[in-house]
Design a protein around this ligand. Sequence first.
Ligand code: AOF
Ligand code: ZN
Length: 364
Amino acid sequence: MNDDQYYMKLALDLAASAKGKTNPNPVVGAVIVKDGVIAGTGIHRKAGEPHAEVHAFKMAGEYAEGATLYVTLEPCSHYGKTPPCANLVKESGVRRVVVATQDPNPEVAGRGISILKDAGIEVEVGVLEKEAQRLNERFIHNMLTDRPFVISKYAMTLDGKLATHTGHSKWITGEEARHSVHLLRDEVDAILVGIGTVLADDPSLTTRLPEGGGKNPIRIILDSELRVPLDAKVVQVSGAKTLVVTQENAPADKMDLLREKGIEFIFVPKNETGLNLKALMEELYKKGITDVLLEGGSEVNASFLREGLIDKYLIYIAPKLLGGRNSLTPYTGMNVDTMDEAMDVSFSGVETFGEDIRITAYPK
Ligand code: AOF
Ligand code: ZN
């Protein structure tokens, strides 16, 4: 690892510490180095608050003169909730700027880099670029598609089952794996499940961390026939907002009773395969939802897969075998006839949680 990579890695680690806390903004870290000494560090902590560079320059003070700035995302060039960082960098006196990756925000998209170059600052782009893009995969996806980033998460046995043939599924994975799921819930804006999962498991879909704290994502229930029971935990357990996705002609009296409980509705038209999920995703993004943890069941998972709406897979695998001719698998509703029609993914990593493993994968 050379010096540039070393300091960029530090900036990326700083940025990563704010993952899930900056939505809809990206995570960004900045490090200012003068004569081989770190003079300033900064993290963008929350949308609406100062950008990473602002904190780093505040710390560096006069040491910024002639220094190198390492920043994980191109300094911004626009007036958003905060003024352009490129101007601040230009006036700081830094001699060199190392950027991991360009900002995909159409309001920036290279303009920040141009401002710096035009000011005679030496700019290098692309140091640890892949890592920086992975770290902001959610933000980049939002900017390019105007849709939330969808993560398909499920826990299965080593023989690919989500439950026994009787439907029993508590628990497939152990405590450590389940804890990691609560950390995920704390990071995302929303969790989405189908009504089948609500009826079968009655989950509360809240974030429960033993160390306390944590934020509850919005609970989204796909329920085209409005079958959600009034005594379901997603209705009764407070502390998290619930959005029910149904059709405009759903029974008004039941909607009124649910509204009294604080439930909100999104109306989405049906198409041949069920609710129009692309339309739903666009609607959710307009409401400010930037990422969705898709937590099943296997029919809803299959609908998202068929529509090409899954952006990442987090697959927990427990060292257990269940068998069962008709036991559910993660995407039961999808029927592929021949191998050449299979959905291809690429594995990107494997982690261990107690006795379980988690595979991270992306669509190919
Ligand atoms: C940076 N450094 O630390 C961040 C940047 O509304 P604002 O003013 O906060 O602007 C948000 C946009 O600024 C965001 O969409 C992205 O393009 C950029 N974020 N840029 O130079 C930072 N967080
Ligand atoms: Zn900025």
